[in-house]
Ligand binder design. Sequence first.
Ligand code: AN7
Length: 410
Amino acid sequence: MDHHLECIGCRARYPSIETAYACKSCGDLLEVSYDYDDLRESVNASLWKSRPLSVWRYEELLPLDKGSVKVSLGEGGTTLHRAARVGKLLGLNDLYVKNEGENPTGSFKDRGMTLGVSKAVEIGAKKVACASTGNTSASLAAYAAKAGLESIVVIPHGKIALGKLAQAIAHGARVLQIEGNFDDALKAVLRLAQSNTSLYLLNSVNPYRIEGQKTLAYEIWDQLERKVPDTVIVPVGNAGNISAIWKGFQDLSQLGLISHLPRMIGVQAQGASPITEAFRRGQCRIRPVQNPETIATAIRIGSPASWKKALRAVKGSGGLMETVTDEEILDAQKFLARLEGIFVEPASGSSIAGLKKLVEAGAIGKDENVVCVTTGHGLKDPEIVQRMFEKPITVKADQRSLEIALGLNR
Ligand code: AN7
């Protein structure tokens, strides 16, 4: 499909086959760019309704060549849950949760990986690699397995959730644990990919990943019967996802399919919140956090690669950035699980926690149509629940003991 890559800073243009992850003249990130006049002719939005809700429903808006293999595990098509009970708790009448934990490997990363790994196959790469706080590595490993490619993942030692590590190992990735945090891992793997061109890097600095992830916006719009929500709330770590969702809504606008844009709200964990800091100070650059710390290991990122795209999304949409504490994250994870039956990992709890905080502060109104994106499944990180929630009671296996334990003996 016809497209090119464009620098988000100096707007230098590169051909679509370019495998660089940064602008050669100014070093900024690249993004995929289209001629929307052409796209308007090839897109038939009523045709989409005849296809299953999924990433590939929108294939005319995904930059893969006709005839290229789509490496798919059935990604996207996640439920947009009407969250009436959490809405009631918070005093909101029109709240939805887009639960990305329902993806094949349990996180939104699959949307980007289906396209990213398809791209890797299209350009003839044999090895794919990423740095990860966990979910990207799980997703990359699975899609690489499906495509028959070798996968290499670089992770911070001892700092990724058990379920995610198990996935990467199970799918046969070569797992390298480094001393250091995610930011160190990303720096190392970027350098590795830049000097070993046989490695195709699939972190979100790869603009094709972002293109896959933008389908989250299309699905929300489709599931709201082609209406745009007032507000979309997203957990933010490396900041690829919020940038991707914003790009998705902008596509719909460029194509004339929607007449206004939602407000984008990003939520970071307090110990890892350089973008929120910059937003609050009105600065146009972030100051990286040297030692990011949060219980939400997925978003334990001090130097987010896509900070500039994220600030543009938030500012350009009239949105904002918020922070939440670990305590608020765990509280939200728990009440979402108990009121809605939706079990998410701590990083995803942050969007719900941010919502609660913003409603209480009056920044979100009770009749606003709000979509909270929960990004990863709760089973990714069972240790958090074991450690932080109630402990099970051990009892003898007789009726009397069970009754005593349950308070049924009065
Ligand atoms: C559940 O897996 O960065 O702001 O390496 O796993 O797009 O980075 C994960 C990020 C939110 C933040 N929720 O998204 C990785 C990684 C969950 C996540 C985020 C992540 P971005």
